[in-house]
Design a protein around this ligand. Structure first.
Ligand code: NAP
Length: 486
């Protein structure tokens, strides 16, 4: 078991907000408790920041903006690369912090630290390639240019399921572009954000460039949306909250990027390499105990290979070790909280009542903590809740199909459009089905497609905007057209 009392980046006895390079308490002088989902024990108390702290943070970011924007892209890249190095130097501690606050299995949390750091590397490089344009004029005495400038102060509202990666996927491009900002981390995972802020300080990033405010979510977000200094908001979270934020952005027409929920289909054709497909399903479905937006939520297997596929998957799922997330050998940690477990139970009971069968798992695990056994369900049908809503838990529901058109229709029959997966060895089918699926990310014989250098984002009610890739920096830049008359 990894030791947790020896953190150097945060002091669990005295957690503070990070505003303008200083560690501050909340004016409200109130706190909220953070529970470890593996044990149910209270980890620490977090200062409940509110409007005042959000306003101070925005003001700090606004004051810091002109100087930060005036640095060269090379100077900003140096800061980002230093921050990346510090993240990697502190990988073990960052992983432990993440693990105790939201339950991610420690070994997987170490992977997230590397993934989060990779956005800093990528955008340090992309920042040096923010090219403008010259446009041929239609008259001889004019010259036309397009230049790109940072939008200004940005806000990032992040979810608990990837506490570090969702932050760097936003801050990496924002800082590289020359923006400054405020992060509002999820209430279940603020410690990762504060540990990151410590690294921002150690990297010597100027005061006010990055600010972290946790606390009263409604108040903080009201200030973010009402304060005219904030020019862009990037939100990752549920579709339900995303829709509310669209309304809130209207009065000032704030730029908004929305990375929302998903309900990924995972299609296994009869010509697929079943071993590889089961490995992909395992990686996609059970990563983060099934709490990812790109989780394989609806597994469609061709009826000819259904039994073979299910058998291989069940064998793999049986090997998964469940337990306290800090145990380095554990692969399935707890769900984030009791409501998370209840939702999974509700989906499984609904499926069983409508005719599904348990092939593996199917119930809570352990006496304490928020654990649910890694589960595989067979005989799943489209009328079940599990086939319509995000389950956000370690349950793999298997259903069957007979032909390509049928499975494409079923896979697309959702309000979401984030990720989809297909496994086949037929190259024509691979191309045709990939093109027909209405999802922003396709895993083609690949259960883990996400990477810093590729654009990630959804269609339909999974949101809009892209993060990652060269596309991910666009939203943090204004394109300004300059017409010069000689
Ligand atoms: P959530 O409840 O929507 O919360 C996300 C963030 O928004 C948190 O910081 C939360 O703060 C804040 N928030 C909640 N209500 C708000 C409001 N009315 N106004 C402003 N901010 C508000 O989502 P979650 O449960 O943390 O995360 C899971 C969801 O995120 C899933 O649906 C998952 O699919 C999605 N997700 C999407 C992506 C993607 O890239 N598309 C990646 C990861 C996760 P509090 O924590 O204080 O409530």
């Amino acid at each position: 078991m990894v030791k947790t009392k020896e953190f150097t980046l945060i002091d669990l006895e005295d957690i503070k907000l990070f505003i303008n390079g200083e560690w501050v308490t909340a004016e409200s002088n109130s706190f909220f408790s953070l529970k470890n989902p593996s044990t149910g024990e209270i980890v620490t108390e977090i200062p409940r920041g509110g409007r005042k702290e959000a306003r101070n943070a925005i003001e700090a970011a606004s004051t810091a903006f002109p100087k930060w924007a005036a640095l060269t892209a090379y100077e900003r890249a140096d800061y980002l690369l230093k921050l990346k190095d510090l993240m990697l130097d502190n990988e073990a501690e960052l992983a432990s912090i993440m693990s105790i606050e939201m339950g991610k299995a420690y070994s997987e949390a170490r992977g997230e630290v590397k993934y989060a750091a990779s956005f800093l590397t990528w955008y340090a490089e992309e920042g040096r390639r923010i090219y403008g344009e010259t446009i041929p004029a239609s008259v001889s005495n004019k010259r036309l240019f397009v230049v790109k400038q940072p939008v200004g102060v940005i806000a990032a509202i992040t979810p608990w399921n990837f506490p570090l990666a969702m932050m760097t996927r936003k801050l990496g491009p924002a800082l590289a572009a020359g923006c400054t900002g405020v992060v509002k981390p999820a209430s279940q995972s603020p410690l990762s954000a504060f540990a990151f802020a410590k690294l921002v300080e150690l990297a010597g990033i100027p005061n006010g460039v990055v600010n972290i405010v946790a606390g009263a979510t409604g108040e903080i977000s009201d200030e973010i949306f009402e304060n005219p200094e904030v020019k862009k908001i990037s939100f990752t979270g549920s579709t339900e909250v995303g829709k509310k934020l669209v309304e809130k952005s209207a009065p000032q027409l704030k730029k908004l990027a929305l990375e929302l929920g998903g309900h990924a289909p995972f299609i296994v054709f009869e010509d697929a390499d079943l071993e590889k497909a089961a490995e992909g399903a395992l990686a996609s479905k059970f990563r983060n105990a099934g709490q990812t937006c790109v989780c394989a939520n609806r597994i469609y297997v061709h009826e000819k290979v259904k039994d073979d596929f299910a058998k291989i998957l069940v064998e793999k799922v049986k090997q998964l070790k469940i337990g306290n997330s800090l145990d380095e050998t554990v692969q399935i940690g707890p769900l984030v909280n009791e409501q998370g477990v209840q939702k999974v139970e509700e989906h499984v009971l609904d499926a069983l009542a409508k005719g599904a069968v348990v092939l593996q798992g199917g119930k809570r695990y352990g006496e304490k903590g928020c654990f649910y056994e890694p589960t595989v369900l067979g005989n799943v049908t489209k009328d079940m809740k599990i086939m319509k809503e995000e389950t956000f838990g370690p349950v793999a529901p298997i259903t069957t199909f007979k032909d390509d058109q049928e499975v494409i229709r079923e896979a697309n029959d959702t309000i979401y459009g984030l990720a989809a997966y297909l496994y086949t060895s037929d190259i024509s089918r691979a191309v045709k089905v990939s093109e027909a699926l209405n999802f922003g990310v396709i895993g083609l014989n690949d259960g883990v497609p996400g990477t810093a250098q590729a654009p990630f984002g959804g269609m339909n009610q999974s949101g809009y905007g892209r993060e990652g890739g060269h596309q991910g920096i666009k939203d943090y830049l204004e394109e300004k057209y300059i017409s010069l008359s000689l």
